[in-house]
Design a protein around this ligand. Structure first.
Ligand code: S3P
Length: 445
């Protein structure tokens, strides 16, 4: 992907009314489950981001035909649980960890071999957390020092397992449940704490019986998926940037429409409220397959908090922008128990720490979190996002509290989760400009 940068001039105020694009996690799952269902499934509200398009291309390479009547609609011609055709080359998941890990579950159960690769960031991410439980189901999977490429040997009959997950990960849970669809007997997954449950919801929408008792999720293998009609709500992880923008700088309010509010995703609302943010959530009974709401946020004084550990998995993708809120809040904010942030699209604790230093935020980096002392205006400067979409967007929001321009390097990957972020940011009042990399300033990577 070509490299671009952002330059964001300080601005004092944001406001308006925006519609948040579709949920990335749900969009991936609509393609995967639609592909292995019997019949033709449709989804509206689909997120046509680079990550979801990587999943779409991989499904096509497996012989699933997918129509796109509009950019936000997909029509998936399901081939049934065992109807894939062998791919002719390695499947490229781009930047998408979700795609790679969920495909590992699906492809472990097929009759053919497959290889999964990704971009520079994804090739560094841990895959044994998924490979290990799948092996204990009988799958044959090889990783390289725990990382991609992931090479899956097909033709192995899977057996069900009872798996106590060592970490709260929706990707691991989903991969095991997807493999469990192909196994004889009942597959059980026990979560140490709740993680996002879109797979469970969507399996039910496709007619699969999935039982949940407390933190135990189970399904009987070899059930047939029947085509479904899905309406995907907006992504709260994308809304989060504008929730923080509004909490910092929307005296007249900023309204975000159609935001998914599945309780396993709303940790950011819990945290911002605890900081004193003024949020009004109006749930609509609307047609979405999961609950959705319009959220209005107004500027208020924020105060630092200790992040409760049980909220960490429910806000896992929102921490980069949450750190910006913490930098602007009076007092100290402490996050612990978030070592998972070190293995996201980048080491989000380390990369955020460098960026926070650049913009003058006092903080202490911890092995599993961070302590941020907030309440001062931010400086400007040049922040390297390391190609991490959510870090790039977080520092764009920081411009609302800065006295000088912030330049953000390596921002093209914003399109992996939030195509149109730049336009939406400008529409609410951010002074964001997209620039080609400036050779003179030494950004020649
Ligand atoms: C996701 C699960 C989370 C999240 C990721 C999307 C999913 O990852 O960070 O962005 O769609 O299942 P983990 O399962 O690694 O926590």
């Amino acid at each position: 992907m070509s490299r671009v940068n952002y330059r964001v001039e300080p601005s004092a105020e944001v406001g308006g009314d925006v519609v948040v694009p579709g949920d990335k996690s749900i969009s991936h799952r609509a393609l995967l489950l639609g592909g292995i269902a019997e019949g033709v499934s449709r989804a509206s509200g689909f997120l046509a981001s680079e990550d979801c398009l990587a999943t779409l291309r991989a499904m096509s390479a497996l012989g699933v035909s997918i129509d796109r009547p509009s950019p936000t609609e997909i029509v998936v011609h399901g081939v049934g649980r065992s109807g894939f055709t062998p791919p002719v080359e390695a499947l490229d998941m781009g930047n998408a960890g979700t795609a790679m890990r969920l495909f590992m579950g699906l492809l472990s159960a097929q009759a053919f071999d497959s290889t999964l690769v990704g971009d520079r960031s994804l090739m560094r991410r841990p895959m044994e957390r998924v490979a290990a439980p799948l092996r204990s189901m009988g799958a044959q999977i090889a990783t390289t020092a725990g990382r991609p490429p992931v090479v899956i040997r097909g033709g192995h009959e899977l057996k069900s397992i009872d798996f106590a997950m060592p970490l709260a990960s929706a990707q691991v849970k989903s991969a095991v449940l997807l493999a469990g669809l192909y196994a004889a007997g009942t597959t059980r997954v026990r979560e140490p704490a709740p993680s996002r449950d879109h797979t469970e919801h969507m399996l039910r929408a496709f007619g699969v019986a999935v039982e949940q008792r407390g933190t135990l999720i189970e399904l009987v293998g070899r059930q047939t998926l029947r085509a479904a009609q899905l309406v995907i709500p907006g992504d709260i992880s994308s809304a989060a940037f504008f929730l923080v923008a509004g909490a910092l700088a929307a005296p007249q309010g900023l309204c975000l429409r159609n935001v998914g509010i599945n309780p396993t995703r709303t940790g950011i609302l819990t945290l911002l409220r605890a900081m004193g943010a003024d949020l009004v959530v109006t749930e609509h009974p609307g047609p979405t397959s999961e609950p959705a709401a319009d959220i209005t946020v107004r500027a208020s004084r924020l105060r630092g908090i200790d992040v409760p550990r049980d909220v960490v998995p429910l806000a896992i993708d929102e921490f980069p922008v949450f750190f910006i809120a913490a930098a602007c809040a009076e007092g100290t904010t402490t996050l612990r128990g978030a070592e998972e942030l070190r293995v996201k699209e980048s080491d989000r604790l380390a990369v955020m720490s460098v960026g926070l230093n650049t913009v003058g935020v006092e903080h202490e980096l911890l092995p599993d979190g961070i302590r941020i002392v907030g309440g001062r205006r931010l400086r400007g400067g040049r922040v390297d996002s390391h190609g991490d979409h959510r870090i790039a967007m977080a520092f764009a929001i920081a411009s609302l509290a800065a006295d000088e321009p912030i330049e953000i390097l390596d921002t093209a990957n914003v399109a992996t989760s939030f195509p149109g972020f730049e336009r939406m940011a400008q529409a609410v009042g951010l002074r964001l400009e997209v620039r080609p990399p400036d050779a003179q300033s030494g950004d020649s990577r």
